[in-house]
Ligand binder design. Structure first.
Ligand SMILES: Cc1cc2nc3c(=O)[nH]c(=O)nc-3n(C[C@H](O)[C@H](O)[C@H](O)COP(=O)(O)OP(=O)(O)OC[C@H]3O[C@@H](n4cnc5c(N)ncnc54)[C@H](O)[C@@H]3O)c2cc1C
Length: 407
């Protein structure tokens, strides 16, 4: 038996792109067609469009609008409200492919994936009619705020509190790191009712319009090159009508988890896209950069870590696909475990891929011309948010393995 590597790319001078083996045939025809179409859109905009928007302090509105026009932004939302009638599987393809083209749309993680899902599944008819068409066609966006300065990873400790005043609700509290509040028409705020101030979290979700009196926002200076900004929010006696409460006051936890699983799956897509983008730049470079008699990609010390990064990204995508499949099939419990694992795997794969990509370019890995170094920070976001690597390891230790809890 020959031990030759049976690969179209085993010749260092081959020009066959690594992406030729990238899209697994386990996907349906429709999914592959969607990937190809979104990739083509991403390519038309490309990394320069994204970095120019960041440098100008602007947003990626043109790409957002075109992706919306093509029906990609609401891929997971119900058709009767203008969505594509698909699931998180489709939306994650959209985000991954835009990211792989160098222009990820972070708001996809929050607006259609979390907020759209929660409203579609648990909102009242009125909330669905009010919000879903706009979220689906991209004309409206919704941010999502759960993190608090004194709670962080421990969401059970959140203190943003809702109290009743007649039929109205009054909200008080603080949030941090909430993305895109300035460009969102409203923020879905996770609070707790006054009678549930202590003990196990009994969350309730409120739609807070951007300019609601008492709803303040302050941008947080981040070392992150992204068009979406993060905000500290203050809720100071914010008066909301009864219909601002999403769904049922007593089913908040179920509703919250219904939104958090898509968030994790979409964060995996975000990380995968970024990792693929970085890896492709590194592979291109390693094929052509020559300082000895062969391109640097012929040296296994350069090639193997890139191959390893490719394998890790592929494995992470498999887990993301599993999580999306389970979620779209309505198995929230199984999807919860898979979504956590997918987010973990994709974040780790992206961090490694970006690190190796930067290293592969030598000094050019740190130049603005090649623009890879800023991805070091960006990739770390996926390791921290929306739930940190350690909290996922805690989840798997306790829930999957049945080990005791230390906290
Ligand atoms: C770019 C960006 C965008 C974000 N966007 C949003 C958003 O739109 N909406 C929103 O609500 N939030 C958002 N976040 C917040 C994000 O979800 C939190 O940063 C994250 O949940 C971690 O919380 P923390 O920063 O308070 O860290 P902490 O909870 O303070 O954790 C600090 C460190 O301690 C570790 N740690 C904590 N507890 C344990 C434990 N029990 N065992 C082991 N290790 C532990 C963590 O893993 C972490 O490494 C965003 C964050 C970033 C960076």
């Amino acid at each position: 038996m020959s031990n030759a590597v049976n690969s179209p790319t085993n010749d260092a001078t081959s020009t066959t792109p690594a992406s030729a083996v990238r899209h697994p045939a386990i996907e349906t025809e429709e999914h592959r067609a969607l990937r190809a179409a979104v990739a083509a859109l991403g390519k038309r905009y490309g990394r320069a469009y994204f970095t120019n928007a960041v440098a100008a302090g602007g947003h990626t509105d043109a790409l957002w609008a075109e992706a919306a026009r093509l029906g990609y932004l609401g891929a997971n939302l119900p058709e009767e409200y203008g969505g594509g009638g698909g699931g998180i599987a489709e939306l994650s393809i959209v985000l991954e492919e835009l990211g792989a083209a160098g222009c990820p749309l972070l708001m996809l993680v929050v607006s259609p994936a979390i907020c759209g899902t929660v409203i579609a599944r648990f909102g009242t008819d009125e909330q669905r009619r009010d919000w879903l068409p706009g979220l689906a066609d991209g004309t409206r966006k919704m941010a999502f705020g759960i993190t608090e300065p004194d709670a962080g990873s421990n969401s059970h400790r959140i203190t943003t509190t809702a109290r009743r005043d007649g039929t109205d609700w009054i909200l008080n509290g603080r949030k941090v790191f909430v993305s895109g509040v300035d460009i969102a028409d409203a923020t879905l705020i996770v609070g707790r009712t006054e009678d549930a101030r202590t003990g196990r979290l009994k969350p309730c979700l409120f739609i807070v319009e951007r300019e609601a009196p008492g709803f303040g926002r302050r941008p947080i200076a981040m070392e992150l090159a992204a068009p979406e900004k993060q905000f500290e929010l203050t809720l100071d006696e914010v008066r909301l009508p009864a219909q601002a409460l999403v769904g049922d006051e007593d089913a908040g936890l179920l509703q919250l988890f219904a939104g958090l699983n898509p968030e994790r799956i979409m964060t995996a897509a975000f990380a995968l896209g970024m990792g693929r983008y970085a890896l492709e730049r590194a592979v291109d470079y390693a094929r052509t950069r020559q300082v000895w008699k062969e391109p640097i990609g012929a040296h296994q010390a350069v090639a193997h870590p890139l191959a390893q990064a490719h394998i890790e990204l592929e494995l992470a995508r498999l887990m993301m696909q599993k999580a999306a499949y389970l979620y779209d099939a309505g198995d929230d419990m199984a999807a919860g475990e898979a979504a956590n694992m997918a987010k973990y795997a994709a974040a780790e794969a992206a961090v490694h891929a970006v690190d190796q990509a930067v290293h592969t370019l030598g000094g050019n890995g740190l130049t603005q011309e090649y623009g890879l170094a800023s991805l070091i920070t960006a990739a770390r976001v996926a390791r921290i948010a929306p739930v940190s690597r350690e909290m996922i390891l805690n989840f798997v230790s306790h829930q999957s393995l049945g080990l005791p809890k230390s906290y």
